[in-house]
Structure formats: C-alpha cells, structure tokens
Ligand binder design. Sequence first.
Ligand code: NAD
Length: 267
Amino acid sequence: MSNQIKVAIAGAAGRMGKEVVKLVLEDSDLELVAAVNRSQEGTDAGTLVGLPACGIKLTNDLELALVETKPDVLVDFTTPQFAYPNTALAVSHGVRPVVGTTGFTPEQIEELDKQCQSKGLGGLIAPNFSIGAILMMKFAAQAAKYFPHLEIMEFHGDQKLDAPSGTAIKTAELIAQNREEIRQGNPKEEETIEGARGGYYNGFRIHSVRLPGVFAQQEVIFGGFGQTLKIRHDSYERAGYMPGVKMAIEKVMNYTGMVYGFDHFIE
Ligand code: NAD
C-alpha cells in the first residue's frame, strides 16, 4: 500500500493553486487525486501547470470530488467567500483541510475547530505559509515587549480582496499577546483625510498599501527613545510558500483540531 498522502486542491487553476498542483505532482510523498476550480473544467491538471498530462481533470464540483477520490487532505486557495464552506465540507467528509485562503473570522475558526475535534481530524488555516514571514511575525512579537509603540505597513497587489492582509492581522494578534493595550499617538490627533492613520487595532495602526507590481511585503516599525527598529519581510514569488504547504500537508495527518497560523509549526 502506498504511503503517499492523497491531496485534493480547491482553487487549482488560481495563482497559488497552480503552485500547489506543481508541488504535489513533483513530490513523490504526495499524490494528486483531485483538482477543483470554478473555471477550466476538463483541463488536465498537469498541462495546466506546464507539466506532462497527469490524468487528473479539473472539476468544479468539490463535494463530488471529495466523495469519489477520498483525499487525505484538501488544500484550499480559493476566495474568502468560498474558503469557509469548502473547509466545512472537507471536514464533514473526513478530509483534513490545509487552508491558505485569508479572510476567516475568529467565529468561523472556532466552529471549524469544533467540527475537526468531533471528527478527530487535524486542520490548518494559515494566512501565510512563508517561513521568512513567520519569523518576521515572531521577531515583531518579541520586539513589542521592549518597543510597545509600533505601526504595521503591509503591501500587496491591487487585486487583493481583503484588507488588512491575514498576515497583518496575525502579526497584530501575536503582538497584542506581548504588549498591554496602549493608545498611541497624540490623543488630540485628527484625520483631515479619512483613513489617513490606518486601521486601529489594540492601540496601534495597520496600513494596507495596494499597488500593481507589488507581490507581498510587510514591515513592522517600532519607535522608542531616539531610535526606530524595522522588521521587514519581502516575498517575491509564490513558489516560496510551497515548502510551508508541504510541511502543513504532512503535519495535519498527525494531530486533531484546527490550528490557526503556521507559526505553531515554527519554533
Ligand atoms: P486566484 O484568484 O488567482 O485563485 C483563486 C482560484 O480559486 C481561481 O482559480 C478561482 O476560479 C478558484 N475558485 C474560486 N471559488 C472557488 C470555489 N468555490 N471552488 C473551487 N475553486 C474556486 O487567487 P490566489 O492569488 O491564488 O489567492 C487565493 C487565496 O490565497 C487568497 O485569499 C489569497 O489572499 C491567499 N493567499 C494566501 C497565501 C498564504 O501563504 N496563505 C499566499 C498567497 C495568497
């Protein structure tokens, strides 16, 4: 019997999904069993990513794909609107979800955790699979103990749907664990243009820059007496997320419950 992990991919024809298709087809520890996408039905998943045909055709029916192919893991890189129902569907069919799609609410994560616990399944929702970005978040959380005044700047392409990015929210949550809530800046400050000071979180601000040509970057800027500290991570291409996705596919096989954040896997 094969020890390969059977993987289905939702959003397989998307920018991230195609990288996952390549990863799974080229990695002998993994087996692609289904590729689901809203468009391009019938296209071979291999040819879609510039590899030889693999015999797995794109389908737009996730439930049927889960029932017919019985994957171990569903990797979801779709849209914030569909990722929650897709993930709930996977769990209901006994399939472990590895979700890169951003935009989940804490209530949705809690509900999915309950469902995973009751089915005895492991799952992961990770706003960022990049190991460098995780280290940036961890270093920022550590710095916040000594530099409680900070702002987060995140930069993404102009077609991104959600703001701030999932990575920025996750960073803010980690920082909040290490820092008392303090309201920064001048209490009398007023915005003459609405939104100029960015989004408010726990006393600090998050700024979302959206521009064509930008991929994914984040800088956390700390201000102290006579000094600033900047912790920055730059992603240049989607392939950089794949070592993290592979690690997640393997990890979810071995625990129960929904984990939020790839940082839990990076010590
Ligand atoms: P994309 O628009 O290129 O791809 C999304 C794909 O999902 C499309 O091909 C679309 O047809 C398909 N799709 C939409 N709804 C679907 C459904 N219900 N079932 C099946 N397929 C469906 O987007 P992208 O750039 O690949 O990003 C996808 C998501 O991943 C976004 O939320 C983005 O923010 C997130 N993202 C996460 C990471 C990470 O490391 N976690 C990295 C980059 C992007």
